[in-house]
Ligand binder design. Structure first.
Ligand SMILES: [Ca+2]
Length: 631
């Protein structure tokens, strides 16, 4: 088992190594140093994106109960885009942010069931800015793959402190630290380590410590801070803030002034917990601003703030229709604050729009590093819009924006999408949470957001020519973006083109979790009871594996089956517990051919009877004896 190292020990080792200058760069990151050719006055970039905080979860957006004074202050010092779009759920937004491309192109199309792994062939913002000489760090949530070669450290982030999966409290949690928002075990540059404190506070503190080291070393940085708050579960939130909101009136009467459709959260205790997590983020944003001032970094730093999708649940959302998961405004409209003192004149831009894919080229342009951008971006730099240059808002509104998301093995034509062009918005809102096998009927609605920001008046019957034009825009988008398959997996068969990437085994320890398995086809919802991991053995090696049963179960035996892409069985083993059955069972796999993409399915025999897949598997490459590994 991998034993988490106490945080203090890890830090002093790092400090010592820093003093000795061995194997580490100035900012404490491992790996090869980036080329040191960034200009001397290079801009720093901080990107903060919160998780499941909606448009209405800010006091400056009219929320009558929640208090976010520091975010309000940041907004007043920033350009605020009134119309900034993201995907309705986490992973696709993060893929778009990291690549400047539609998530369908990257393979990262959903949040779980093996669908949240981004193809390693993608060029991330960290890889692009790293190549231009920037230091790169990520603190918080990644949700684009927990195993090599998909981890942040494999994808351009030279420093990373992250949780696994889509949040703390999911099946990917480190064993023994399940559900711990307080004193969590996090992946510190890939290795599990115990941290003290509340997760959100840790991300900001680690980020500030790292930025200070970069600054001391005279290095520009890209710092991505992505707390997993206020994502559920809600059992572990800052108590002082929870008490504050628990003492408030949070019932429907409090939010009666909400325009459009009222959407009041049903459970006041849960709302108090959510607001406590959000105000805790706000406190950290205040601390971040003070840090930047004290370190004299504020003036030369572009600070961006956004949310990854709408609020998880129908709470106050300033009247915007619906919430997370939806393609109505409440699911896909995010705040976008951009603060760059001396360059961006603070103010609210009500005209024009931009989206998550645009931040990749926006950041590169701001850094003078656009030459590092791949040619096949979907995003367009929003810098002119942020600068309020003449014609920029009109230009942005002349560009059709399409966003589609739903569950399933591959994107389905005409399923759960919107198209925005000018003030018009086509909405096809179709059962996104179900894994449909055939596309739903095409029955889109049409709204004029200038006249009807809350999407109350469907104009599809009144403006058929606009509906038809936007339908054509959508169809062309689907053919071009989805029809091509994802990078690294072009294929005419859409499901095969969207098969997740393979996890690399054989080197450092890898933990296979339910997050990344593909459940059996008949299990069309939920995590599934068993599944297959897509894996490749990198170099010839034996694999020491520790199988862990679901909590409270004991293993008497297990069958392990490796199957080639062709469907041919590659290797099959049966293991039996030698002594009394426990929660874990260990063994060694020998003779798996290297460089052969395959799938691994493990079925546990449990004392309780019902066969099912493991909760997690730790896999370590070991040097086998030649006689054994040759077989
Ligand atoms: Ca989210």
């Amino acid at each position: 088992m991998m034993t988490p190292q106490p945080h203090g020990t890890g830090r002093s080792t790092l400090t010592l190594a820093l003093l000795l200058g061995v194997g580490l760069t100035a900012c404490g990151a491992t790996g090869p140093a980036p080329p040191a050719h960034a200009p001397a006055d290079a801009l720093n970039v901080i990107l903060v994106m919160t998780d499941d905080q909606g448009w209405g979860d800010l006091s400056l957006h009219g929320n009558p109960a929640l208090q976010t004074p520091h975010l309000d202050q940041l907004a007043s010092e920033s350009v605020q885009l009134r119309h900034f779009y993201v995907h309705p759920v986490c992973t696709p937004t993060r893929a778009a942010l990291m690549t400047g491309r539609q998530p369908q192109r990257t393979g990262a199309i959903d949040t779980y069931r093996g669908r949240a792994m981004m193809r390693p062939e993608e060029v991330t913002l960290a890889e692009a800015l790293g190549a231009a000489g920037w230091e790169t760090g990520l603190f918080g949530k990644w949700h684009l793959g927990d195993a090599p070669p998909m981890r942040p450290m494999d994808q351009g982030f030279r420093r990373s402190v992250v949780h696994r999966g889509g949040g703390i409290g999911q099946p990917s949690d480190p064993l023994g630290a399940e559900g711990r928002y307080t004193d969590p075990v996090l992946m510190n540059d890939g290795a599990p380590e115990s941290f003290e404190g509340y997760c959100t506070d840790i991300y900001f503190q680690e980020a500030e410590r790292w930025m200070a080291a970069c600054s001391d070393a005279g290095r520009p940085f890209l710092c991505v801070i992505t707390p997993n708050a206020p994502h559920t579960p809600l059992h572990d939130v800052p108590e002082e803030l929870r008490s504050k909101y628990a003492a408030m009136e949070l019932g429907p009467g409090r939010f009666a002034g909400e325009p459009g459709r009222q959407a009041t959260f049903k459970d006041e205790d849960k709302l108090a917990r959510l607001y406590a997590m959000i105000e805790n983020i706000d406190v950290n944003m205040g601390q971040l601003s003070r840090f930047l001032e004290d370190a004299e970094l504020a003036d030369n730093t572009l600070l961006l703030f956004l949310c990854d999708n709408g609020p998880q649940g129908r709470r106050y959302n300033a009247g915007l229709r619906n919430a997370k998961g939806s393609v109505y405004e409440g699911g896909v409209r995010s705040p976008l604050f951009a603060r760059w003192p001396g360059t961006l004149e603070p103010g609210i831009r009500t005209e024009g729009y931009a989206a998550h894919v645009d931040l990749f080229p926006t950041v590169l342009e701001a850094c003078g590093a656009l030459n590092e951008a791949p040619e096949d971006l979907d995003g367009i730099s929003a810098l002119a819009l942020l600068r309020d240059e003449p014609g920029a808002a009109e230009a942005s509104a002349a560009r059709p924006l399409v966003i589609q998301w739903h569950r399933g093995d591959a994107p389905l034509h005409r399923h759960h999408a919107f198209v925005r062009l000018g003030n018009h918005k086509l909405v096809q809102a179709t059962r996104p949470w179900d894994e449909l096998e055939v596309p739903p009927a095409w029955d889109p609605e049409l709204y004029d957001l200038a006249a009807d920001p809350y999407e109350q008046q469907d104009l599809s019957g009144q403006r058929p020519e606009i509906l038809q034009a936007l339908s054509g825009t959508y169809d062309r988008w689907f053919d071009e973006v989805v029809g091509a398959g994802s990078r690294g997996a072009p294929h005419a068969d859409r499901v095969r083109a969207y098969a997740p990437p393979h996890i690399t085994l054989g080197g450092e320890p890898v933990v296979l979790t339910i997050q990344d398995w593909r459940p059996e086809a008949e299990e069309r919802r939920g995590w599934g009871k068993n599944g297959r991991w897509r894996v490749t053995l990198d170099e010839p090696a034996d694999l020491a594996m520790t199988l862990t049963a679901p909590r409270g179960k004991r293993i008497t035996g297990a069958s392990l089956v490796f199957t080639a892409e062709s469907g041919e069985p590659l290797l099959e083993e049966r293991w039996t517990a030698a002594g009394a059955p426990g929660r874990t069972l260990e063994g060694v796999i020998r003779g798996l051919p290297a460089q052969t993409p395959c799938s691994l399915r493990v079925t546990l025999d449990l004392e309780s009877g019902e066969p099912r897949g493991p909760h997690q598997i730790e896999v370590r490459g070991t040097e086998g004896t030649p006689e054994e590994s040759d077989g």
